[in-house]
Ligand binder design. Structure first.
Ligand SMILES: Cc1cc2nc3c(=O)[nH]c(=O)nc-3n(C[C@H](O)[C@H](O)[C@H](O)COP(=O)(O)O)c2cc1C
Length: 303
């Protein structure tokens, strides 16, 4: 059995596999299936300062080898997360990353201040949300806005701060460099890619929100490319995700430069996916005689 442990920003993970934010809730449904302690970590459903009901349905659409979602950050609010969900999660012997977002810099800062007062292990700031004070463009689509929200949140917490990047940009490496300079301890990527489907019988978009975020196996090559570009652009660790559905995918993303890997939509096809991925990584490393998964991080040999 290979050593699957990794260290990201000084935090020890028993293995690199982390269910991604939004596909695992707060773990309650999944702990009936397997012990959460088998996971390297858990990225919790994005929380916001106030409760959000999310977007109107339909908010999920299937796509070839993927899906679109426009859930709209439905969540019970940060106080519920801190008082009810987090205490349960902190008993599970796995690393907890609290994913959070806001519609203004101030909201993100206030959420970070609240999370800083808890025992959560890491914060993951989702910058794919619209900044309502800047015309609704997502924080993560400009270097200036991404740096501003990162630097303000940085001042609000001493916990390891992971900034989760949007792929809906021209140069994700530039955004990564901007948030690194603003004080991020790590970056995670990719969030969903903006997409749209139309019902040709009604002429209506399938999603009530018209557009939504694309994820699942179809986006995997984009994730590999972006993780590789970002890992080459920054010195801080990169947590990779986007379309991972097998142990070999996770190995590939780590070769591209990821220190840990999140698993999203694959969990909807198979709730045991994270456990199978951990086992498959072990089998691959054993078959190659590699004793530690750390040995493969960033080892791609570009032509
Ligand atoms: C239904 C759904 C809800 C999501 N909710 C969040 C969220 O609350 N916060 C966040 O940062 N990302 C959220 N994501 C994005 C995922 O965490 C991940 O970045 C993305 O789906 C790409 O990974 P995948 O292809 O493995 O799903 C969500 C994705 C899905 C499918």
């Amino acid at each position: 059995m290979a050593d699957l442990s990794v260290n990201v920003c000084g935090i020890d993970f028993k293995n690199p596999i982390i269910p991604a934010s939004g596909v695992f809730g707060y773990g309650r449904e999944y702990e009936e299936l397997f012990p959460l302690s088998k996971l390297g970590g858990i990225a919790t459903k994005g929380t916001t300062l106030h409760r959000r009901n999310g977007n109107l349905a339909p908010r999920i659409a299937e796509t070839p080898s993927g899906m679109l979602n426009s859930v709209g950050l439905q969540n019970p609010g940060i106080d519920h997360f801190i008082d009810v969900e987090l205490p349960n999660l902190l008993t599970k012997d796995t690393v907890i990353l609290a994913n959070f977002a806001g519609s203004t810099v101030e909201e993100c800062v206030e959420a970070a201040e609240k999370l800083d007062q808890t025992d959560v292990h890491m914060l993951e700031l989702n910058i794919s949300c619209p900044n309502v004070k800047q015309g609704g463009a997502a924080f993560g689509t400009s270097c200036e806005m991404a740096a501003e929200v990162t630097s303000q949140v940085r001042k609000a917490t001493s916990k390891p701060l992971v900034v989760k990047l949007s792929p809906n940009v021209t140069s994700i490496a530039d955004i990564a460099k901007a948030v690194e300079a603003a004080g991020a301890d790590a970056v995670s990527l990719i969030n969903t890619l903006l997409g749209m489907r139309i019902d040709i019988n009604t002429g209506r978009p399938i999603l009530r929100n018209n557009v939504g975020g694309m994820s699942g196996p179809a986006v995997f090559p984009i994730a590999v490319r972006m993780v590789w570009q970002v890992a080459n652009a920054v010195k801080i660790p990169v947590i990779g995700m986007g379309g991972v559905s097998s142990g070999k995918d996770a190995i590939e993303l780590m070769m591209a430069g990821a220190s840990a890997v999140q698993v999203g939509a694959a969990i909807f096809t198979d709730p045991y996916a994270p456990i199978k991925i951990i086992d498959e990584m072990n089998e691959f490393l054993d078959s190659k005689g590699i004793s530690s998964v750390k040995e493969i991080i960033g080892t791609v040999k570009p032509w």
